[in-house]
Structure formats: structure tokens, C-alpha cells
Ligand binder design. Structure first.
Ligand code: 5AD
Ligand code: SF4
Length: 449
């Protein structure tokens, strides 16, 4: 059965920043086809659910979302049918044709390496043809995407994708494929386009962003620090960040860049996952706790005020009370500015899913609570330590009250600023108070970003 080609779309992204980036690029692609963005799924002719497969809860969310959309649009009236539904992202890659079998309302399934084909898939679906593309083509999707446009003050830029590390709990090597680094010139061009379109902060993205390698325009071998240094010279760009990093790829050059590159913000997301060497080995992390701590020491020597963030998994198969205590010990030793922590979730096809010693849910709950209490306390203490400091804040959005704006400190804390500085400006503030999740800043002066 054919249906009218969609005129409007709504992209909803779940999961990591890479998905936010992909979602933005899909929106640009659909706009380049003459479609316009709708504010909600209900108001759109095409809904793209850009999904995450990292934990079971995230992966299941897509099915409840599809159910909700179908229910809400069952009777949209005025001769309209329910929106076309596309499932993109990592669930699309992992589950493929299983998705329309389980949720027949789904019209399109498109994996993270194939979304440049979305216009064709939409056309196929409009013609009533099955539209599924989970290929991982050799040619890069990036070459087929339109130039970046319409930016807020902060933008993501994918420089590296995929993962060859095969941590035993993780689906990413299967959903995002093998590690690839985008070419130097493509990244520099995209950064310039983002700045032209209004971005003053760029976050370089990759599942293993610090594994980025390439050659610069003079044929010299470069690492992520080289890229950071070339972006540092870009007029109009005020701030550079990068995420997510792997401890084994933290090169001397990258550590040095933290002490030398003015625009590189003092923030490092460097997941360690656990503190027990036995568990780290079972996770196939190929680093131990002591090595991680030495690394953090070196980063802090290069940039003493750096804010350290991480990811933690509790309840990995075989984790004993003693192993978990080792996680608490490494958390205490590192002292985080912020961190994410999760209960282990067995993922289909990963080695850990079939390991002995799966931990009982109640034990995981209790461990997660204890870990999060400690991390929250560290985050609050880190925030309190910035009270009295003068720093720059990049204003990103409106606050709740009239005249209030919210921006980010160099250490990635949210800062609430009164007196309405314009969005997209860098302002100097004195930090006057701190809560567990945000700071208040008093405006000192304002300069154009
Ligand atoms: N279960 C729980 N957490 C996981 N992560 C990755 N895979 C799993 C899993 N199977 C966490 C890791 C990673 C973050 C993005 O998600 O901590 O760094
Ligand atoms: Fe989720 Fe990982 Fe896919 Fe990001 S790359 S959406 S975190 S599964």
C-alpha cells in the first residue's frame, strides 16, 4: 500500500552523544530533502527513533515509544494516517528485521552506518516497500551528508567511530562496527562549517575518541592531540572538548595538550568501569587499577584543575563484595567531578552474558546505591570547591525564571546566571553558590564569543 511522501519529521535520540550527533545529521539530511522539523512525534509525518542498545532498559524503550506513538496517532483525523515510523541507531543494527516482526507499525529500520540512505528508505516505505538497511558500507556515510548548518553555541563532531576493544560486557563493537577514524581534512572542514553556523564550542566525539589517528594535510602522522591543536587555531571557536576516551589510548601528547592548549577545557571523561583487577581482567579492559591511577596523576600534573569523570558498572558477573569494595576504593582515590554508574545488563552476543556468577538484582541495587551516594558526594564537594572562583561560562539556554540563563563552566558544570546574557556568549562570572547539580554565577563582564 502506498502513502503520501512525508513532509515533516521528528527525530528523537536516545543514549549517547554520538546518537545526538547522528540525530542532528539525519535532521539536516531530511531538511535538505525539503522536509521540515515538527515539534513532536504526533505532529510529524515521519518519526525517527534513534535508539540505544547499550543496556536492556534502553533497548526496550523503543518498543514502548512505538506503542505510545501508534496509540496517540491512531485517530489523527483530517484524512491523515499515523506517521511513518523509522527505527534508527543501535537497536536497529542489533535487531534488524526482528523489529518490524515485533512492532509491525515500524516502516523503516536503518543502522548507524547507513542513515545517509534515509531519503531512499523513506521513498521506499512511501511506495509500500520494505525498507531495511543495516549495512556497514566501506564508503563513509559522512561523504554523503549535507554540510553542517543551523547550530546552537555547542556542537558535537564525530571524528572516530566504532570499537576494536571488545570489553566483554559491551555491544558497541557489534552495533557500531570496527574502529574508524575520519580523515583530518573532513574533520577540519566540518569544524569550520560548524563555527560558520554559530558554534563556539565543539566536542569531538568517538566511542574511543582518543584512539583517533590520521595524517594531517602535510602527510604527517597525527593523534587526537594534533587535531585539538589545529582546531585551537580556528578563529571563532572558543572551546574544545572530547569524549569518550579509553585509558589505553591516553597518549603523552594528549596529556601534554591539557596543559598547553588554551581552548581545550579542563575536563576528562575517562571510564575505568571497576576497581578490582580481577574484574577488570574479566571485562577485558587491558588496564589495571594502579595503571589507571598513575594515568590520572599524570593528567593532573599537566592540568591540576582538571575535572575527572568516569563510567562504572556494578554487578559484573563474578563481582564479590571485595571486588565492589575495590571499586569504591578507586572512586575515593580518583575523586570525581561527576560520573555515570550502571547496573550490569547482560547483552545478547557479548561474552559476559554467558559468564558464570551473574549477580542477583538486589545485590546490584544495593551496590549501585552505595556507589552513587559516594559519587554524588564527590560531585557536590567538587562543585563547592568552585565557589569563590572567577571563570568563563558559555551561555547555552534560558533558565526557568525570566532573565535567567544557563551555561557551562570550563569544568562542564551547569551555571545559572541572572541578568540575561545572550545565548552563545562567553561571560565571566564569579561563582557564588553551589548545589549538587549546578552552580550560581554573578555576572562580571561579557564579551562576544
Ligand atoms: N551493562 C551496563 N553498563 C554498560 N555499559 C556498557 N555496556 C554495559 C552493560 N552491558 C556502560 C559502560 C560504558 C557506558 C557507556 O555504559 O560503563 O562506559
Ligand atoms: Fe547506545 Fe552505545 Fe549505541 Fe551510543 S553507541 S547509542 S551508547 S549502544
Amino acid at each position: 500500500m502506498s502513502r503520501p511522501a512525508p513532509k515533516s519529521f521528528h527525530v528523537k535520540s536516545f543514549g549517547c552523544q554520538m546518537n545526538v550527533y547522528d540525530g542532528a545529521r539525519m535532521a539536516e539530511l531530511l531538511e535538505a530533502q525539503g522536509m521540515h522539523a515538527a515539534d513532536s512525534a504526533e505532529a510529524a509525518d515521519l518519526v525517527v527513533l534513534n535508539t540505544c542498545h547499550i543496556r536492556e532498559k534502553a533497548a526496550e524503550k523503543v518498543y514502548s515509544d512505538i506503542g505510545r506513538i501508534v496509540k496517540k496517532t491512531a485517530d489523527v483525523g483530517e484524512g491523515r494516517s499515523r506517521p511513518m515510523i523509522a527505527v534508527a541507531g543501535c537497536v536497529a543494527q542489533a535487531e534488524g528485521a526482528e523489529i518490524p516482526r515485533r512492532a509491525p507499525a515500524v516502516d523503516i529500520v536503518v543502522g548507524p552506518q547507513a542513515y545517509h540512505n534515509l531519503p531512499q528508505l523513506v521513498a521506499d516505505a512511501a511506495e509500500g516497500r520494505r525498507a531495511l538497511d543495516t549495512d556497514m558500507p566501506a564508503a563513509s556515510k559522512f561523504d554523503a551528508l549535507p554540510r553542517r548548518r543551523r547550530q546552537g553555541p555547542t556542537a558535537f563532531l564525530t571524528v572516530q567511530e566504532g570499537c576494536d576493544k571488545f570489553c566483554t560486557y559491551c555491544v558497541v563493537p557489534y552495533t557500531r562496527g570496527a574502529e574508524i577514524s575520519r580523515p583530518w581534512s573532513a574533520i577540519v572542514d566540518e569544524a569550520k562549517a560548524l563555527v560558520d553556523a554559530g558554534a563556539c564550542e565543539i566536542t569531538l566525539l568517538g566511542q574511543n575518541v582518543n584512539a583517533w589517528t590520521g595524517e594531517d594535510d602535510r602527510g604527517r602522522a597525527q593523534g587526537l592531540d594534533g587535531l585539538i591543536r589545529v582546531l585551537d587555531a580556528l578563529p571563532g571557536l572558543a572551546r574544545i572538548r572530547y569524549t569518550t576516551s579509553h585509558p589505553n589510548d591516553m597518549s603523552d601528547g594528549l596529556i601534554a595538550a591539557h596543559g598547553e592548549v588554551a581552548k581545550l577545557m579542563p575536563f576528562l571523561h575517562l571510564p575505568v568501569q571497576a576497581g578490582s583487577d580481577r574484574i577488570l581482567k574479566a571485562m577485558n579492559r587491558s588496564h589495571d587499577a594502579a595503571g589507571y591511577l598513575r594515568l590520572i596523576e599524570r593528567v593532573r600534573a599537566a592540568r591540576p584543575d582538571i575535572a575527572v569523570s568516569g563510567d562504572f558498572i556494578v554487578g559484573f558477573p563474578g563481582e564479590t563484595d571485595e571486588d565492589f569494595e575495590a571499586t569504591l576504593a578507586i572512586v575515593r582515590a580518583v575523586d570525581h567531578a561527576q560520573a555515570f554508574s550502571f547496573k550490569y545488563s547482560p547483552r545478547p552476543g557479548t561474552p559476559a552474558a554467558t559468564m558464570e556468577g551473574q549477580v542477583a538484582p538486589a545485590v546490584m541495587d544495593e551496590r549501585l546505591q552505595r556507589l552513587q551516594a559516594l559519587l554524588n558526594e564527590q560531585q557536590h564537594r567538587f562543585n563547592l570547591a568552585t565557589v569563590g572562583k572567577r571563570c568563563e561560562v558559555l551561555i547555552e539556554r534560558d533558565g526557568k525564571k525570566p532573565g535567567q540563563r544557563i551555561g557551562k563552566s570550563p569544568w562542564l558544570q551547569s551555571v545559572i546566571v541572572e541578568d540575561g546574557p545572550a545565548i552563545g556568549t562567553l561571560v565571566t562570572v564569579d561563582i557564588v553558590s553551589a548545589g549538587p547539580n549546578s552552580l550560581s554565577g554573578a555576572l562580571v563582564e561579557q564579551k562576544a564569543a
